[in-house]
Write a protein that binds this ligand. Structure first.
Ligand code: TRP
Length: 458
């Protein structure tokens, strides 16, 4: 299928490598700064039940769809659609994914850069001397060049991993970083849940409050599940294309979804009790996003015994979570340049990173110098965030499930997920039914709602 089939394509070398890389993509800032507050503000345990339900019913089938497209075609997101449905317009869905990757990385790298600044602030013990954390954050984020330096450094880090390839770059790094991430989160969780007053936070998190559940809550749970699993923009199609032919794709999808959900819950156990232990006013005044991690938590660390060490761990793990996501986004664009425009990996990486960084610089500056440039009241950063999370990702996910359910079809899909009939399972039928009928309706509803209501997805 691929034009250069004589050249052996790079691939993941182990099952754990696939899971580490894909879970690394899924586990990102969304798990840490969004999930905990969104869960607590939308009915706690009730939200968790809805969320887990959506991950199982919708998330896993969509993950599996993306993996199966990529692995069948063994190509980048654009080329995969072209190979499976030649001479049709379906490859435009892949192109949409490439554009989504471009915009997501532009604004994600702004925030990823901030995590590095905060890591250095934590290391230097700066929080102890800051009296106003909001001012500390706005002074930094609106500074004319400091955030730019961190953003560019983060892009260089991302690019150097992608430059090294799948086995020697992405797989090697995520296999080391993902276990470290889990260990660090658990260390902070142990501290957080043992703080006096933590139990009130646990109560908010786990006790279901069904009276807080509205139609919007249900949409939030579904939207957060989609965003958190990194579906809809070709990252998992691209990673899928590097998965070996004997991998059990359904098991891999389940394991990735479990890892992502597990880490979202662990992040909540890390964030919520700590916030509760040190704030008297409850959670309603906070909104998910940068304020939580760059203003509220530094204050919490400042007042917490041993907070200095925990703040170092926290900002390190935040940077790790971001890096394992940014590499998967960059790889979408690099694989496209490499295979469709016939560039070497090195050249593709450099061109893609420079182009994305150029747009990213505008996103970063929109907190300072360019803050007055707005479109529909959105700054450049907000616009890129809205466009990628609320529009491109949701429509991408919708078109991907329609593609698998109605174009790629049952027999190709079964062939791919059963490794040409080697693995048999009764559940495939149910999954295909979901992909064909249920997922398009569910995702269609979020896609329309996310257009109008901000905050449903990212
Ligand atoms: N899942 C990531 C998070 O929780 C964000 C994200 C959404 C993403 N779509 C993506 C990351 C695609 C990589 C690729 O923060």
């Amino acid at each position: 299928m691929s034009g250069n089939s004589t050249i052996i394509r790079d691939s993941f070398s182990s099952k754990f490598g696939v899971i580490a890389a894909a879970a690394g993509s899924a586990v990102g800032l969304g798990n840490i700064w969004r999930f905990p507050l969104v869960a607590c503000q939308n009915g706690g345990g009730a939200f968790l039940i809805l969320y887990i339900g959506f991950v199982l019913i919708i998330g896993i089938p969509v993950l599996l769809s993306e993996f199966s497209i990529g692995r069948r075609a063994q190509l980048n997101a654009f080329g995969s659609f072209r190979a499976i449905a030649p001479k049709t317009k379906w490859s435009l869905v892949g192109l949409l994914g490439i554009i989504a990757a471009f915009t997501i990385l532009a604004f994600y790298s702004t925030v990823a850069g901030w995590t590095l600044e905060y890591f250095t602030q934590a290391v230097s013990g700066k929080f102890a001397n800051v009296s106003d954390m909001s001012k500390n954050f706005s002074d930094f984020s609106s500074h004319p060049y400091r955030p730019l330096i961190w953003q560019l450094l983060f892009m260089i880090l991302t690019a150097s991993v992608v430059f090294a390839g799948i086995k020697k770059g992405i797989e090697k790094l995520t296999k080391i970083l993902m276990p470290i991430l889990v260990i660090l989160i658990i260390a902070v969780v142990v501290r957080s849940v043992s703080l006096p007053g933590a139990s009130q936070g646990l109560h908010y998190l786990f006790v279901p409050d069904w009276s807080a559940v509205t139609f919007t809550t249900v949409l939030m749970a579904l939207g957060q599940a989609a965003f958190s699993l990194s579906i809809g923009m070709g990252a998992l199609i691209t990673y899928g294309s590097y998965i070996q032919k004997d991998n059990h794709l359904l098991n891999t999808s389940i394991q990735v979804a479990m890892a992502d959900t597990g880490i979202a819950i662990l992040s909540s156990l890390m964030v919520i009790p700590a916030v509760f232990a040190f704030t008297s006013s409850g959670l309603s005044e906070f909104s998910p996003g940068p304020g939580l991690v760059f203003e509220v938590l530094p204050n919490v660390f400042k007042s917490m015994p041993g907070g200095g060490a925990f703040s170092i761990m926290f900002f390190f793990l935040l940077a790790v979570a971001a890096l394992t996501s940014t590499i998967s986004v960059l790889e979408v664009v690099v694989a496209f340049f490499k295979e469709e425009l016939k560039m070497s990996r090195g050249k593709a990486t450099i061109i893609a990173s420079v182009a994305i960084a150029a747009l990213g610089v505008l996103a970063t500056l929109s907190f300072g110098l360019l803050k007055d440039i707005t479109l529909f009241n959105f700054t450049i950063f907000e616009m890129l965030n809205y466009l990628s999370a609320n529009v491109l990702l949701t429509f991408g996910a919708l078109l991907i499930v329609i593609f698998v359910g109605w174009k790629m079809g049952k027999s190709q899909f079964y062939d791919e997920i059963s490794n040409n009939g080697t693995i048999k399972s009764g559940i495939y039928k149910i999954i295909f039914f979901i992909i064909r009928y249920i997922a398009p309706v569910a995702i269609g509803i979020i896609a329309i709602a996310a257009f109008f209501v901000d905050g449903i997805t990212g």
